[in-house]
Design a protein. Structure first.
Ligand code: GSH
Length: 214
């Protein structure tokens, strides 16, 4: 059996899955996708026509799995490792999935929108959309700051899927809309940065940070 992650070290949703893999100590192979290279992009799109990274290939059954949260769920179901990233308790699992959705929809998505706008040609920019995305981020920071006043990790006292989802977008979002006086959120982000799985993922992205338009 070989698990292959199709990814790029700078891509934030790929980082989410890398953190889960490192956290669990699951062995896997890496296949870097370069969406700027037509051959690499076409090979990736042949696996997942949506064309968004990451993708996981499991040689057992020749299965291709897409979408970061689903990949992490798949890994937990089929290759449970050192970490339990989705709690066995059904209510705790729902809280974890809710926090995962929150980070994807209300932190990751607006962060990507702001970055995407910076990558557009000057005459195609959307200041109104960027302002709206910045507003979503500020609102999310306020909600998260309140939550993190009483929590160690995103969904409670254990490191879970939700923390894998949180670290990458917070890293980039903080560069675009600083956490400012949201001190509980800032302290949580500092804890995340000290987690070996997160620190490793961020350090592997370091050589590519020059491409981030932040
Ligand atoms: N919902 C997807 C989002 C994946 C995503 O947005 N991936 C970005 C990289 S972080 C991507 O592939 N962007 C390339 C593009 O949109 O063409 C997931 O959770 O995996």
């Amino acid at each position: 059996m070989t698990l292959t992650l199709h990814f790029h070290p700078l891509a934030s949703y790929c980082q989410k899955v890398l953190i889960a893999l490192y956290e669990s100590g699951t062995s896997f192979e890496k296949q870097v996708v370069d969406l700027g290279d037509p051959a690499s992009a076409a090979a990736f799109r042949a696996r997942w026509p949506v064309g968004k990274m990451p993708g996981l290939h499991d040689s057992a059954g020749d299965r291709a799995i897409s979408e970061s949260s689903i990949i992490i769920e798949y890994l937990q179901q089929h290759y449970p490792g050192a970490a339990t990233l989705i709690p066995a308790d059904p209510d705790a699992a729902l809280r974890t999935r809710l926090a995962d959705r929150f980070y994807d929809l209300y932190v990751h998505e607006p962060m990507q929108r702001i970055v995407g706008d910076r990558l557009r040609p000057a005459d195609k920019r959307d200041p109104f959309g960027v302002e709206a995305a910045q507003g979503v981020l500020r609102k999310s920071y306020g909600i998260l700051d309140g939550e993190m006043a009483a929590r160690t990790w995103a969904a409670g006292e254990d490191f879970t899927l939700a923390d894998c989802a949180a670290a990458p977008p917070l890293f980039f979002a903080n560069k675009l809309v600083p956490f400012a006086d949201h001190r509980h959120l800032a302290a949580y982000f500092e804890r995340l940065g000290k987690r070996p799985s997160v620190a490793r993922t961020f350090s592997e992205a370091e050589p590519f940070l020059k491409f981030f338009p932040g």
